[in-house]
Design a protein around this ligand. Sequence first.
Ligand code: PMT
Length: 399
Amino acid sequence: MLANRKILLCVSGGIAVYKAVALVSKLSQAGAEVKVIMTESAKQFVQPLSFQVMSRNDVYFDTFDEKDSSVIAHIDLADWADLVLVAPATANMIAKMANGLGDDMVSTVLLATTAPIWVAPAMNVHMYDHPAVKRNIDRLHHDGIRFIEPSEGFLACGYVGKGRLEEPEKITELVAGHFTKNKPLKGKKVVVTAGPTRERIDPVRFLTNFSSGKMGYAMAEAAAELGAETILISGPVSLPVPSGVKRIQVESAQQMLEAVLGEYDSADLVVKTAAVADYRPAAIAGQKVKKKEGNSVLELERTVDILQQLGQLKSHQILVGFAAETDHVAKYAKDKLERKNADYIIANDVSADSAGFDHDTNAVTVYGRGEFERAFPVMPKKALALDLLTLITEKEFAK
Ligand code: PMT
């Protein structure tokens, strides 16, 4: 499963280090070449020799111990890896990564590598729950780092709870899945828009909507998983950047338009999941607008319809829009398909339970050219995104 794959295992110091030895064994049995770097604390739990025997490779722990004078070890290891796995990852190692520290071999290599980094934490249940640890994990999610959640059970400290390093078999299975997954969008560039836009009224107020970005981020994550070069153009939301995705942050409809046009020529597929404002204030006040007696009227002007503009400029791109509707869903969706010159419109009935804005689940019907229609029942947005992109990929790129 992992033949010819190079896995760099970074081991930090907790009792779960003994399981990391078994992990090297499992990864090697699956065909991977494994190299190991240990922190000084990890060496307190298990001798480097155990990892050396299991991996049949030198074990690294000292940044200044250059075993081969023709290369610089920490750069060489960083470049060598197809995937870097930090297991077990202690609270301290996670904090160092979140703050970009490079004060030992492990943290320095983690800064130098461009390979995907996966982190498998292991620690006491209260440490895992600590706000600082959560904050650091959040920050690493934002940096596109993938986490293998610890499992629940008896912990070495005597507590029962979440904090056990995931089992070596399971970690090996996840790593293998990463490499063997079907990548039908390899070589394609996918641009996804997500979230709401904000249209400023004055320095302290704006118009927006309830989009959380979940559906758009799920589409971007799925596109990257299917092998696409993925650009996510996101309105203001508080979601981490999915692994392997490049995010461009925007605020207003106008900024989103400019960002999308900047990526459009080289895009193969554009998915417009964002809930873009149709109107913005005709003028933005330079100072905070003071309240007065009686009612106030805000003059609004139309924003550019980005999807429609992309439809007019379309050459080779496949163009997919979403439609959030509360009534006459099919009629309005088909109308948008025509009017905006899209190839597909994915319609949400946002009045339905568990679907639409801010839910973790969604239910949609896809409308395409030639009366194409396919309904998807309520399911998690992540699973739905994979199904939607698989459908579009099969119809458009697998010809
Ligand atoms: O973000 P979540 O909380 O997960 O919610 C997901 C969602 C409900 C926002 C998403 O599934 C969805 O339906 N997105 C489209 C919402 C929408 O704005 O629909 P619309 O019918 O107003 O627009 C139709 C299409 O035109 C959309 O692809 C939209 O991006 C695009 N549009 C709209 C206006 C505009 N000025 N420019 C556009 O490109």
